[in-house]
Design a binder for this molecule. Structure first.
Ligand SMILES: Nc1ncnc2c1ncn2[C@@H]1O[C@H](COP(=O)(O)OP(=O)(O)O)[C@@H](O)[C@H]1O
Ligand SMILES: [Mg+2]
Length: 319
């Protein structure tokens, strides 16, 4: 078995708050291999962005390891970290806020070459050339090079955000809700672009979204989070075919579907919403909203391999 490109081992991220310790990410484990995509799904506030940021060291982990090519980057000093930084990039839901409104599209795409660099010495002209190549790669028409962010629609802005990451020739991208703010037709275009880039460049993705329907086709594996805990992890096909955890079932039920095979399944619907896990009690954090909750849910959930490659903390949602 080859080494995963990115691996998380018991990654925790807690935040100190005036009301106590907020357990945003609790003992998360995963492996992402070269050219593969891990989808990370769960409702708003469940810790997806915090996990993505912690993997890239935009937050310092509370404990655990993040291995890149088998090396724990959480132990890296500044200089070593700088070397791997360009390999691990992030794109966001709304790139607008990170795009300097006074810079043209081309200048924005060249900027990471100045700030992070790729290790190669490039002249100004070579940087421009490179930016133009990356624009083409990301589906940005060349006559857009001199436009400014406010002149672009959401889809084009997301392409600029992606181009700014791609110019560093990364190996791994954390995509944090990259299509959530876009119209459905534009969503598909950006998802297709991401999949094409993956095929051409062998990129690996962590693809974060609150919308399970969005990750179905792009993900090899899907990880479902609830209040900082991973409650289910399986291949995309397996998760959609036989969800085990009641929470996963509820998320799937929320997707509008004309799939007749699913129509007769007993429905699990979600009541209430995610609250902040501050000083959480032991046990399953979903129990308060779960139609199957019982005494045994007061024990801490353990992610078990229930079928080959299919992990879940609970199987009460299985049909
Ligand atoms: N910098 C921070 N300081 C304190 N709490 C935070 C911080 N960032 C996120 N949180 C809290 O951590 C939890 C997870 O947030 P987040 O990772 O943004 O969730 P998601 O991306 O799934 O919507 C939330 O309860 C949020 O309020
Ligand atoms: Mg988020």
């Amino acid at each position: 078995m080859s080494t995963p490109l990115v691996e998380a081992v018991n990654v925790k991220k807690y935040f100190k708050t005036p009301r106590g310790l907020l357990h945003a990410v609790e003992d998360v484990n995963f492996k992402i291999f070269e050219g593969k995509t891990l989808g990370v799904v769960g409702e708003s506030g469940c810790g997806k962005s915090t996990l993505g940021r912690t993997i890239l060291r935009l937050h310092e982990a509370t404990s655990g390891q993040v291995l890149y090519n088998g090396e724990n980057i959480l132990e890296y000093k500044k200089r070593e970290m700088h070397k791997v930084q360009r390999n691990m990039q992030m794109i966001f839901q709304d790139p607008y806020s990170s795009l300097d409104p006074r810079m043209s599209v081309r200048a924005l795409i060249m900027e990471p070459l100045e700030v992070v660099g790729t290790g190669e010495k490039l002249s100004k002209a070579e940087k421009r050339e490179k930016a133009d190549r990356i624009m083409e790669l990301c589906g940005l028409p060349s006559n857009h090079a001199n436009l400014y962010p406010h002149e672009l629609d959401g889809g084009l802005r997301q392409r600029v955000g992606l181009a700014r990451a791609m110019i560093l020739e990364p190996k791994f991208l954390v995509c944090d809700e990259p299509v959530s703010a876009l119209d459905v037709s534009i969503q598909a275009q950006i998802l297709n672009l991401l999949m094409d880039l993956q095929d051409n460049k062998g990129l690996s993705y962590m693809f974060i979204t609150h919308d399970l329907a969005v990750v179905k086709h792009i993900s090899d594996q899907i990880m479902v989070m609830y209040m900082g805990q991973v409650i289910e992890l399986a291949t995309s096909d397996e998760l959609f075919k036989s969800p085990l955890h009641p929470y996963t079932r509820a998320l799937l039920n929320a997707i509008p579907t004309i799939d007749l095979s699913r129509r007769n399944r007993e429905k699990v619907t979600l009541k209430g919403e995610v609250t902040s896990p501050i000083n959480p009690e032991p046990g399953c954090r979903f129990a308060k909203r779960c139609p199957f909750a019982s005494e045994k849910c007061k024990q801490d959930p353990v992610l078990k391999e229930v079928a080959p490659g299919h992990f879940a903390t609970c199987t009460m949602g299985a049909k």
